[in-house]
Ligand binder design. Structure first.
Ligand code: NAD
Length: 337
């Protein structure tokens, strides 16, 4: 059993903790939080040993009636692999903590790529992370694009990717974020930073991305154009994508017109928190004009990186190869809609 600790128990951290618990070959040794709140209380209710991330604030947990298992240093010492799911930039500050205990660590997409030995997407470059000490699981948008690029690159070769990312203003619980009544080019400069982030996984890929932010919280939507090297038909591409394990090509007859119905489907299907771990690609949008492939995909920002974190744990521990790990993760989570 791989012993896994999670430092930072928010949107990503709590999902990764639950996903670790679901794995047949992993044990959650605990989670670390900075302050007591509803998530801290839930962690204890779930039976997850809770550690204080900041010693000076540890007393606040006792004041709130929440029992601690100890300080984060003890968690790091006990773990074979740490998953850092703290806010952007804090992971970099925590790196020395993991190093001082000789514990390999995963970081999230909010950290800089140069913090780590390799950036990670299970479908694209699992092997690069095998045995690494510091690995970054790329962001939700980069994960969504990487999953799409990998099979297209293998099957046809890619001349260039152009993608417009229509991004949710904030997650549902982020009540302070916006916009609330606007559509923002974000960043206003073109291309956006997302393309270079995809190149941390595919160094030789030609890709330009444009970003916007909109008053939505449920999911991101990508409008994608891929200029392919090889000949393809829309039907062939659709079949290729349907055969990828973390892609849900939405059949027309489901009559799903946007992220609202997608989330409803996930809730109806009993998905934890209504999570959609897969890229959700509208089947009827998959089109080929000459060498150009076009499609729309929705990306659930809160959860698509969760199975990737689970695979990255096995990669750094050298516990499985890519196919084995992806299959185990998918089976344990109940992937597929
Ligand atoms: P979040 O704010 O929901 O959760 C972060 C948690 O870490 C909070 O509970 C916070 O209290 C805690 N924390 C703060 N400082 C800490 C410290 N020093 N030690 C331990 N815990 C600390 O953030 P999130 O959305 O889960 O994002 C975490 C990382 O995942 C970021 O790098 C982010 O860019 C990335 N990410 C987020 C999303 C998303 O849409 N939410 C998607 C993909 C990747």
């Amino acid at each position: 059993m791989l012993s896994v600790g999670v430092n930072g128990y928010g949107t990503i951290g709590k999902r990764v903790a639950d996903a670790v618990v679901a794995q047949p070959d992993m044990e959650l040794v605990g989670v670390a939080k900075t302050r007591p709140n509803f998530e801290a209380e839930r962690a204890v209710e779930n039976g997850y040993p809770l550690y204080a991330a900041i010693e000076e604030r540890a007393a606040r947990f006792a004041e709130a009636g929440i029992d601690l298992a100890g300080m984060v240093e003890e968690l790091v010492e006990a773990a074979d692999v740490m998953v850092d799911a703290t806010p952007s930039g804090i992971g970099a500050e925590n790196k020395s903590l993991y190093e001082s205990h000789g514990t390999p660590a995963l970081y999230q997409g909010g950290e800089d790529a140069d913090l780590v030995d390799t950036s990670f997407n299970a479908r694209a470059n699992f092997a690069d992370a095998v045995g690494a000490d510091h690995v970054r699981v790329v962001s939700c948008n980069t994960t969504g694009l990487s999953r799409l690029v990998a099979p297209l690159e293998e099957e046809y070769g890619i001349e260039k990717v152009r993608a417009t990312l229509v991004r949710r203003g904030g997650d549902p619980a982020q009540s302070g974020r916006g916009p609330i009544n606007d559509v923002l080019p974000d960043p206003r400069t073109i291309p956006s930073h997302h393309g270079p982030d995809v190149q941390t996984v595919f160094p030789d890929l030609a890709i330009d991305t444009l970003g916007l932010k909109v008053p939505a919280t449920l999911m991101h939507t990508h409008s994608v154009n891929v200029s392919l090297d090889g000949d393809a038909t829309a039907a062939e591409v659709r079949e290729l994508l349907e055969n990828q394990s973390r892609m849900f090509v939405i059949p027309e007859h489901l009559d799903i017109d946007g992220a609202g119905k997608l989330k409803e489907l996930a809730l109806d299907a009993g998905r934890p928190r209504g999570d959609l771990w897969e890229n959700c690609i509208w089947g009827e949008s998959v089109s080929v004009e000459g060498d150009d492939l076009y499609l729309f995909q929705a990306i659930h920002q809160e959860s698509d990186v969760v199975p990737e974190n689970v695979d990255a744990i096995r990669a750094v521990a050298g516990a499985a190869d890519a196919d084995e790990s992806i299959q185990t993760t998918n089976d344990a989570l109940g992937m597929g809609l």
